[in-house]
Design a binder for this molecule. Sequence first.
Ligand code: SAM
Length: 363
Amino acid sequence: MSGIVLHVRQGFEDDAGRELDHFLSLAGIHAQSIESKTDTALVVVAMSPDDVPKARQTIQYNNLIFARQLLWLADTVTLPHEGDRVAPIAEFIKDTLLRAAGVNAFSGFFFETPDTDTSKELTGFCKSLSRPLENVLNKMKLLPKGKGAANLPRIHLIMTSNKTVMVAFADVINSNSWPMGIPRLRFPANAPSRSTLKLEEAFHVFLGPERMKTELKSGMTSVDLGACPGGWTYQLVKHGMFVTAVDNGSIDSKLMSSGLVTHLREDAFTYRPYDMVDWMVCDVVEQPAKIADLMTNWLVKGYCRNTIFNLKLPMKKRFEEVDQCLTELKARCRSAGKPVEVKAKQLYHDRKEITVFVRRIDS
Ligand code: SAM
């Protein structure tokens, strides 16, 4: 079997499958089957091996909002009940995966499970196979070190039971570099809410390390709509920004003592800044269309240069809802002569929501 496997958030398999099918159709590729069983946290697409090279060129991980990882699946390997479980995996990598990826070696490998509670019990098993597999792959000279090796595709082994492992690979520049697409971010002890990690992850995902240095700078101005208790404000303050925190609730007192925060008990839908701010972020719980409309107004009227906001998605047909909101946002900005760059992802720290980054490209 050849095709695609996506890691996705549990419960979002159907949306991720429909989104991927949309992009495959745009590329003129017909999927033989799309398996997106609820709560498996995986989407598995079977396609003709002849279509894989074209799909590999056209399907972009960054364009897939609901995918946490994009992998090229070679097949599922069945492991023996006892004895050497590593040998069949290593043989399959040598005999089939190298050819499927079109390379002579790989940059490394991740042993993974679907991101579900029931799969957690397989984590120990994965760990027990990891070192022996590394030794075997090194002996086979399939994991070279040195110049250029880091750009080779990466092996992904997804353990779906203690007898079955999906063997796939990722193109390093067209995938998520964290195992299972899960970032390792530490919750800061002083942060007022866990949702601080959502904004921190968003900065890593949408800006990356280089742009974070130039676009999150001390002295910049920002507005946090729906700020309380202050997890997102905490991130802006961490980068030394001045923050206007707009919310009727109570904000964390430690943030106020930073001297960088002004708390306004106002309505996010009517508040307007005096001058254009560098960043506006928004975590208000409202219908996606209403939030997208508010964000568009800020961009079109020139109230902010960059924005990061959440679209909460408690409804069915989330892919269609998101697609409509973002298509409209882009079209309104374009026709107002304010073109924008838009990136959207369901981040690991997002629950029933996605995070969107928009930057005015004329500013
Ligand atoms: N990002 C925050 C954090 O990290 O701590 C959490 C935000 S919480 C999910 C949503 C907040 O939006 C609530 O504090 C609520 O009071 C605020 N909110 C909801 N509707 C609002 C409105 N119309 N104007 C201002 N704030 C609003």
